[in-house]
Design a protein around this ligand. Structure first.
Ligand code: 4AD
Ligand code: MG
Length: 465
């Protein structure tokens, strides 16, 4: 008999039919006459209740049905008398696939802390909260592809192993097949890579942007969606060493086009979550963050503030003058700390903010230089609770200006010749951004630690599972 997924079982026309369900036991309760099992198969946050009439089943048969056990039940789907569910199954046949010894199965009925569950990342998808989070993660990935597909962007695959450093922040993980116990060095003590796998030093990418620009200046509008890696030793609730990034890149786009795209894209994704993840969002709204759905609805109805950095600094300085205390100093040229970003977003404007025109010194080499000689056309999208969710910019398309910046920053040219060719041959204005997928998921799920929105987080001192 064909299995019915629990997500499909509540269809009214199935009532009265014989059904076959398979899943993992969440709970069992009852008395000597009747036993109730809540079964979940991961297809939905909802459980199906299975009713065992103890005249038809023995205690011995039901003994292995403990929390975490996997079973197969065939029975009649009937309307439920009980509260909280529309249908239940009157069990006729039971097959136990696998038991889960209550003395050692870690996910018992009582709620566990997210910290505890991080240690059990191999099993936590079986909990309500992580089931909901990972289903939403799937739906958000679909939303992203759908948005770009609808808008005529091509999905372009950029390499994961690279010999160039896009962000120039020196946070790359090396990729090598060299024997680390026996490294060949030159007279200055530098490692010689000639005999390494790629014949040069190679790393895991921090961003697909540079290759994305090559594609945008050929296909017009592209996006990447893949894993990126940063060896930054920041043990915060918002940083991962391995995270997924979405990077659209658009030829002929200027700063306003860029900001419009950022805002439209992020609103589309949030609207998608509200439309497609209703049950999971309602669960998270009840159990994790009571303000979640309201916050999501508010963001899609709000026009984001567009704020030049210089004006942002002025607002922060005025706040300080009026008595506001920050841990880190504020001055023109400073890299804003998350407390500053959150003040602007959560207290001053109470809206998402797209900050623009940052000092060149605190941004990457590729950003388009403004006529003032001091600022560049970079944009960060700042979100309540999250801080920076998107980083993007208009790109410097002028060969001479870009070269000058590369020289000022001592970026090794030999790795960049191919990038510079886009500026030598048919250069065009273009712009793009990077959205941290897990930061978006933090916002959409209401979870507060980035380790809890990716199945197997990679952070300093943690590569388990
Ligand atoms: O601001 P970032 O460093 O920008 C870039 O990498 C550009 N090349 C993107 C582009 O213009 N194509 O990173 C982009 C976004 C950040 O806004 C943040 O959401 C996320 O990536 N991000 C991280 N997410 C989790 N863990 C980390 N360690 C992250 N670092 C950046
Ligand atoms: Mg950034």
């Amino acid at each position: 008999m064909k299995r019915t997924k629990i997500v499909d079982i509540f269809a009214p026309e199935l009532i009265g039919n014989q059904v076959s369900v398979k899943g993992w036991v969440r709970t069992r309760r009852g008395n000597k006459n009747v036993q109730f099992v809540a079964l979940n198969d991961g297809s939905t946050i909802k459980n199906i209740q299975i009713v065992f009439d103890m005249e038809k089943f023995s205690d011995e048969q039901l003994k292995p049905i403990t929390t975490g056990a996997s079973i197969h039940v065939i029975g009649q789907l009937v309307e439920s008398m009980g509260k909280g569910q529309s249908a239940e199954i009157q069990a006729e046949q039971l097959e136990v696939y696998g038991t889960a010894d209550p003395d050692s199965y870690p996910l018992q009925k009582k709620g566990h802390t997210f910290e505890f569950l991080r240690e059990k990342a191999h099993l936590r998808p079986r909990t309500n909260t992580f089931g909901a989070v990972f289903r939403i993660r799937h739906h958000m990935a679909i939303a992203i592809h759908q948005f770009f597909h609808e808008h005529g962007f091509f999905y372009f695959h950029t390499p994961i192993i690279t010999a160039s450093d896009c962000e120039g922040a020196g946070q790359m993980f090396q990729v090598t097949t060299k024997n680390l116990y026996d490294l060949k060095k030159d007279e200055n003590g530098s490692i010689i890579y000639d005999d390494d796998f790629f014949g040069k030093q190679a790393s895991l990418t921090v961003s697909g942007q540079l290759e994305g620009e090559l594609a945008a200046t050929a296909l017009g509008s592209i996006y990447t969606f893949g894993p990126t890696f940063r060896a930054e030793n920041s043990n915060t609730p918002r940083h991962l060493a391995e995270f997924w990034m979405i990077e659209p890149e658009v030829a002929f786009a200027d700063l306003n086009d860029l900001m419009d795209l950022e805002e439209e894209f992020i609103k589309y994704c949030i609207r998608w979550a509200l439309d497609n993840c209703k049950d999971d969002l309602e669960f998270l709204n009840n159990m994790v963050d009571k303000g979640l759905i309201e916050r999501l609805e508010k963001v899609i109805d709000t026009e984001f503030v567009r704020l030049p950095y210089t004006q942002g600094i002025k607002i922060l300085e005025e706040a300080i003058a009026a008595g506001k205390k920050f841990e880190f100093p504020v001055y023109w040229g400073c890299d804003l700390a998350s407390e500053h970003e959150r003040y602007l977003v959560e207290e001053h404007f109470n809206k998402p903010v797209i900050m623009t025109d940052y000092p060149a010194e605190i941004k990457a080499f590729y950003m388009k230089q403004n006529a003032d000689g001091k600022t560049v056309q970079g944009t960060d999208v700042l979100f309540p609770q999250i801080g920076e969710i998107i980083g993007g910019s208009v790109r410097e398309e002028n060969y001479d200006k870009l070269m000058k910046r590369i020289e000022e920053l001592n970026i090794p040219m030999k790795d960049m010749w191919w990038y510079l060719d886009t500026r030598r041959f048919g250069t065009v204005p273009h712009a793009g951004f990077g959205l941290g997928f897990e930061r978006l998921l933090l916002f959409v799920t209401g979870m507060t630690n980035i380790r809890d929105v990716i199945p197997f987080p990679r952070t300093p001192n943690n590569a388990e599972f």
